[in-house]
Design a protein around this ligand. Structure first.
Ligand code: C2E
Ligand code: CA
Ligand code: CA
Length: 447
């Protein structure tokens, strides 16, 4: 799920008198110097199979912070961000402030690409807790753009350019982060306004469809449900990636409508499947959990041709943490209606065990970054095992998502996961293909 970046201010400080602005000690490093350091790291890796990652971290709405609270407050905040990143990232990682609002982080020896994704998650976790700035508490959110030296001969300026481009793409697409190789060349050409207009039209004309990806019991191989995933091929732009659909809908204020559309598709599909009907999970953006119309819609059980118990709502851990108190209230109401709730992308956000203890969910989905990495790194296996143990201790069902091969399936089983989802079981399927797939009875069953 894409969450809209926000910079929120709690316990708002009063604007400061600029005359107080003594030496705050924030020093930005010129780009030339960054390139030199990058050059040194690339050279050090010339004879091994390690890659260098470049992560640009930008504080969201920095201009607003500056304009509202002045330089002294803003520079003190930037210094605190740099300090926390430097202290909490491993010593070999290089953190360089290049502007008040921007940091370059160099990751010297990546073995595989997934490590870059995990490092970005770590960076987010580090900046998430409140900062204490001149006596006020302040929450910072960041946008991240990244690249890595998959091409051994890449020059430092080109690697930096790729990271800059990824950051730009994240901004344009309203994503909170982007790695350069995720940018679809054609997609980066799509003008937002045109896409928004076309999406609006597509929603009105019922052009947005859903595909369904099976979730299976890890021990019996029995299908326990499906996750509904949005699909849209625009006549104007061709296939539009789901992440971009959601980001565009959120930015254009169309996300509620898109969610209703998805829920309707799910209900309709469940009815059409008849005897083949299985529980359906629908993803919810952070934006919609506060929408009273959604509550009313879901609350009108009598129009449902689908038992309310067959619906699961998935919300990401990050979305939950954007407004945990409100999410808690809404979730409680949903739970009281009999709807199941699932915490998606678990492990990537900054969640507190306090919430995990009290939140009325029935299931967690361990993010595929951990699942995918289990094959390469025992530590990831241990993380999955620990999460699974904790979750099961709390009475939750544990799903491993993004299982792509047999080895990972077995590792997930060993780690104590209950359910698996991923390309190894099946890619997301159209409604008819799903029934065929079910009938063919050829999904994997462990020996
Ligand atoms: P998600 O909720 O984490 O959904 C799982 C994504 O992982 C899907 O991508 C799915 O196709 C992909 N996937 C499944 N198995 C594997 C695997 O074994 N390997 C790999 N590499 N990927 C796998 P998709 O369909 O592109 O959706 C991307 C994201 O877009 C979703 O992530 C979800 O956050 C969002 N999304 C999709 N449909 C909806 C929707 O109807 N509403 C909202 N709010 N968000 C949606
Ligand atoms: Ca999901
Ligand atoms: Ca997920």
């Amino acid at each position: 799920m894409v969450s809209r970046p926000t910079t929120s201010i709690s316990d708002a400080p009063t604007p400061l008198n600029e005359c107080e602005c003594s030496d705050i000690g924030f020093r930005s490093v010129p780009r030339d110097e960054v390139l030199c350091r990058l050059h040194a790291l690339l050279t050090a890796n010339a004879d091994n199979d390690r890659m260098v990652g470049v992560v640009l971290v930008e504080i969201n709405q920095y201009q607003r912070i500056l304009g509202t609270y002045g330089y002294r407050f803003s520079a003190t905040l930037s210094k605190a961000v740099a300090k926390r990143l430097t202290e909490q990232l491993p010593a070999k990682v290089v953190v360089i402030p290049v502007a008040l609002s921007e940091f370059v982080i160099l990751l010297p020896d990546l073995k595989i690409r997934q490590q870059l994704g995990l490092a970005i998650n770590k960076i987010r976790q580090i900046v998430f807790p409140l900062f204490s700035v001149l006596g006020s508490s302040f929450r910072v959110s960041v946008t991240v753009g990244a690249s890595y030296s998959i091409d051994k001969d890449i020059s430092p300026p080109e690697l930096m350019r790729q990271a800059d481009n990824a950051l730009l793409h994240a901004h344009d697409s309203r994503l909170s982060q982007c790695i350069h190789d995720e940018i679809d060349v054609d997609e980066s050409e799509i003008p937002f306004l045109a896409l928004q207009l076309d999406l609006e039209r597509a929603l009105a004309q019922n052009e947005i469809t859903s595909v369904f990806q099976p979730k299976v019991d890890i021990h019996t191989g029995r299908v326990v449900g499906v996750e509904s995933l949005v699909r849209w091929t625009s006549p104007q732009f061709g296939f539009v990636r789901p992440d971009l659909i959601i980001a565009t809908a959120e930015r254009a204020g169309l996300i509620n409508e898109l969610t209703f559309n998805t829920l309707n598709n799910a209900i309709l599909q469940y009815q059409r499947w008849g005897e083949h009907g299985v529980p359906i999970a629908v993803n919810l953006s952070a934006e919609v959990i506060d929408d009273p119309a959604l509550m009313r819609f879901i609350g009108r059980r009598n129009i449902w041709g689908m038992p309310v118990e067959a619906l699961t709502l998935e919300i990401t851990e990050t979305a939950f943490m954007e407004n945990p108190e409100r999410a808690m209230e809404v979730f409680t109401e949903f739970r009281d209606m009999g709807i199941k709730l699932s915490m998606d992308d678990f492990g990537t956000g900054y969640s507190s065990f306090e919430y995990l203890k009290n939140i009325p969910i029935q299931e967690i989905k361990i993010d595929r970054a951990f699942i995918d990495n289990m094959r390469h790194d025992r530590k990831d296996h241990l993380i999955v095992q620990t999460i699974a143990e904790l979750a099961k201790g709390l009475g939750l069902r544990v799903i491993a998502e993004g299982v792509e091969d047999e080895e990972t399936y077995h590792l997930a089983m060993e780690a104590g996961c209950d359910v698996v989802q991923g390309y190894f079981i099946s890619r997301p399927l159209g409604p008819d293909d799903f029934v065929e797939w079910l009938k063919a009875d050829e999904w994997y069953r462990p020996a």
